[in-house]
Ligand binder design. Sequence first.
Ligand code: BTN
Length: 280
Amino acid sequence: MSDPGSPSANRAAPKVSAELTTKDLARVVVHHRRLPSTSDRALALSKAGARHGLAVIADEQTAGRGQRGRVWRSDPGAGLYVSFVLRTALAPARAALTTLAAGVAVCEGLGRLVDAPLGLKWPNDVLVAEPGPRYGTKLAGILFEAVSDQDVVHHAILGIGVNLRAPSDPALASFATSLEDLGADDPRNLEVLVAIANALDEWLGRLETGAMAAVTGAWSAAAMGVGQTVEIDQGDRRVRGELLGLSVDGALSVKTAEGVRAVYHGRLALPGSPQGPELR
Ligand code: BTN
């Protein structure tokens, strides 16, 4: 029996590489059957000197994680679980923009595979934007993790989870959707990886050339809840007001009773969109 922990690393398979338009992203893919977390593996490879763009994928994660310490359910074959090693020259203060650029890219890449319109929920959830029963259900999530000191990002790992198929747990069905639910015919993780990598290459490229406004502009154009009254739970307090969009530095701009506030962290609740549990 083969060891589920042992990887197969390859230059992207021929069909995949024919459709990949990237210079570096996903040109090398390390595939594991099972891992605790692809992001941990990618970080270890980054520390060992892996090149920009290397992608780690797994069929299953046993300790997949999401934002704010949540669990990311990673059943075998139910999702794409991928983490990229990024080596873009980025000051720590700009790192938040990488998450936003990734959100735009994932939304764009997945949008090419499904019939329903997709949108972004701050900071980086990809949700169904179509009015109706599926409105606000979650298709994909992004976890950007950086090891940095004051001036330099030493390692940056971009982890992306995309639901390929409906989750087996019915408790997830009220707030999650999948590519299959949205009309994609037999979605495969390599095909989805290519769609994401191609879009990511373009948006990270724009960020590197300093086109911050292009990133925040595209993010705002895809943002859900703009013009609506929203609430952001920051643990010790709540910010409530009209969602205006994103400021140029990537903060959420909210018009409260006390004036316009820049929000840098917290959990955003959108009207009409189901909230997943804080821990799942
Ligand atoms: C979120 O909470 O929305 C972010 C989810 C990110 C999940 C992905 S799956 C691949 C990578 N490995 C992890 O452990 N997490 C990310």
